[in-house]
Design a protein around this ligand. Structure first.
Ligand SMILES: [Zn+2]
Ligand SMILES: [Zn+2]
Length: 560
């Protein structure tokens, strides 16, 4: 199958087709397309984050050439919830589609704020249509219903997509939490009614599909978090995801119960505070203190909630640890609680941050050592419970790496789901109206956001960046006269290697380069490529004697 095809098939009125441009085979960057009766809609448009493999790139968006190819056949973008891996791509991609974005009031408020914070440069033209939780609206060829589910952010939804070709359910991210702290437990009657109606296909969260049991309830955290705050007579800092408004509530109430005031440190927490507060999600909580107010409190009277649970260098916790924060500091015997999970790929950065804290003498508490975090995704018993309610005829696992998708599909079959198929990004699957099978494959990919530029993650520039980071970079200047003779001593600078600071090594290299160029035949000396090759191999040869490194080498040939 060709993979550069950007043209999707035209879905008939008897079928529902599905393809993911992100989110299958990875956790992050979710973007699913559903097609029916000649038109398509997108469900979610998320981002993922860069790591050590993508130096200089913090945010990664999906390649949406396929959506460009759809033109006005894309009728809507429906957002399940406001997590970055589901909504974060909109500011970057909004200029590429003309249809409205449909989402609940919370996601709409969050998205408007995000677009504003970007100074309106990106995504000015986004038309946002609100669908209140629990309601139904026409979205392109589908009748879409947003059914609220507990998760780790307010207003997460399971989406029922009805059409003449059957009912398809896209779960989004969910758990079955009897005490979600914000919002309500899942409406099992509503879900069972979908099951009675007949779910032709279920596209379902696989994040925790390899975990047995039932994910613990957000409500179970109140007591241990209160106890842990009470146990300290020093500063207590929490690191958690800013989007986890239920957790902010639990921590604020724990602080209050321990006789302390609570404040927020970090921009994304304040943004979430404003959005959630504006919709009434912070009612009944003590007022959150500003960073300067927090800094003036005695150590045993404060609880700070900070951004930076993933070790992000620009986030509040990192700056506090490095002593660079204007108002908040940590001292020995203070306590820092990571009320969050380690997102795969961030382990090293988190480890470095925690090691720094331990070195200072801070008491570091993580979910590995204490009950300070619960997941927002369903484990196996919850998956099985949902299959029991929805009774899907077909299952397509989503929101997972390959091992999660595969484990989820096998588990569903064990639980009695008739058909379960694993698909990856780009696989166009028929969900209803014929065999459950892959029809074709379309182009998918990842695009890095580097400042204002888009960069390929597979192209040369990223390869060179990785090489420069690992092996340094050398710049050679060779100056020749019009006859191809050396007109001035060659010059070499090396960055990122100790050899670059050693004048003797640099002298040796420069001499070797001059020698290599002089050895070239007259004809070759008129050819810039030949000069570059000779200079490059002379530098490599010399450097091999002093260090084993092979830096990225750039040669400038100057003719005077
Ligand atoms: Zn997600
Ligand atoms: Zn989520």
């Amino acid at each position: 199958m060709t993979i550069n095809n950007i043209e999707l098939p035209i879905p008939s009125r008897d079928e529902v087709l599905f393809v993911a441009l992100g989110g299958l085979g990875e956790i992050g960057m979710n973007l699913a397309l559903y097609g029916h009766d000649g038109a398509w809609i997108a469900v979610d448009m998320g981002v993922t984050f860069g790591d050590e493999e993508t130096p200089g790139v913090d945010v990664i968006i999906p390649d949406i050439s396929v959506i460009d190819g759809l033109g006005d056949k894309l009728k809507g973008v429906l957002i399940t919830h406001a997590h970055e891996d589901h909504i974060g791509g909109i500011p970057y991609l909004a200029g590429r589609f003309k249809c409205p974005v449909f989402c609940s009031p919370f996601a709409a408020a969050f998205l408007r704020r995000k677009l504003e914070d970007d100074g309106g440069r990106r995504g000015k033209k986004v038309k946002i249509v609100e669908i209140p939780s629990g309601e139904r609206r026409a979205v392109g060829p589908f009748d879409a219903e947003l059914i609220p589910m507990p998760h780790s952010i307010p207003e997460a939804h399971l989406t029922a997509l009805r059409s003449g070709a059957g009912l398809v359910v896209h779960t989004g991210d969910w758990k079955l939490d009897p005490d979600p702290v914000i919002g309500f437990p899942a409406d099992e009657k509503r879900l069972a009614a979908l099951g009675e109606e007949g779910v032709a296909a279920l596209v379902c969260d696989s994040t925790n599909a390899l975990r047995t049991g039932w994910t613990r309830s957000e409500g179970e955290l109140a007591e241990p978090l209160t106890e842990i705050v009470k146990s300290s007579d020093r500063r207590v800092l929490f690191a958690c995801f800013s989007s986890n408004v239920a957790r902010l509530r639990t921590i604020a109430l724990a602080a209050q119960a321990a006789g302390r005031e609570v404040g927020l440190v970090g921009r994304s927490l304040w943004r979430m505070h404003d959005v959630a507060g504006g919709l009434g999600y912070l009612k009944g909580l003590p007022k959150f203190l500003r960073e300067d107010e927090l800094g003036r409190l005695p150590a045993n009277r404060m609880v700070a909630i900070c951004t930076g649970s993933q070790g992000e260098p620009r986030a509040a916790l990192h700056r506090i640890v490095e002593g660079q924060h204007r108002h908040v500091e940590v001292d020995p015997a203070d306590m820092v609680i990571f009320s969050s999970r380690d997102i795969p790929g961030n382990e090293k950065a988190i480890g470095r941050l925690q090691n720094r804290l331990v070195a200072i003498g801070v008491d570091v508490v993580t979910d590995g050592t204490a009950m300070v975090h619960v997941s927002g995704h369903p484990a196996r018993d919850e998956l099985q419970h949902l299959y029991g309610l929805l009774k899907p005829a077909r299952l397509l696992p989503a929101h997972g790496e390959g091992r999660h998708l595969d484990g989820h599909a096998k588990f569903a079959i064990e639980c009695g789901v008739a058909e379960a198929k694993v698909a990856f990004n780009g696989d166009v699957m028929r969900l209803t109206g014929g065999d459950f099978e892959q029809l074709t494959k379309v182009k998918v990919g990842r695009v890095g956001i580097d400042g204002e530029a888009r960069v390929s993650l597979t192209g040369n520039s990223m390869k060179e960046r990785r090489k420069m980071r690992l092996d340094g970079v050398a710049l050679i200047t060779v100056v020749l006269d019009d006859k191809g003779r050396i007109a001035a001593d060659s010059m070499v600078t090396i960055s990122g290697l100790d050899a670059g600071d050693d004048p003797e090594i640099l002298d040796d290299i420069e001499e070797a380069i001059d020698g290599a160029v002089e050895e070239l035949a007259i004809k070759a000396r008129r050819d810039d490529n030949a000069i570059e090759d000779a200079a490059r191999s002379a530098l490599r040869r010399e450097l091999r004697k002093h260090t084993g490194k092979r830096p990225q080498i750039n040669v400038h040939v100057v003719r005077v």
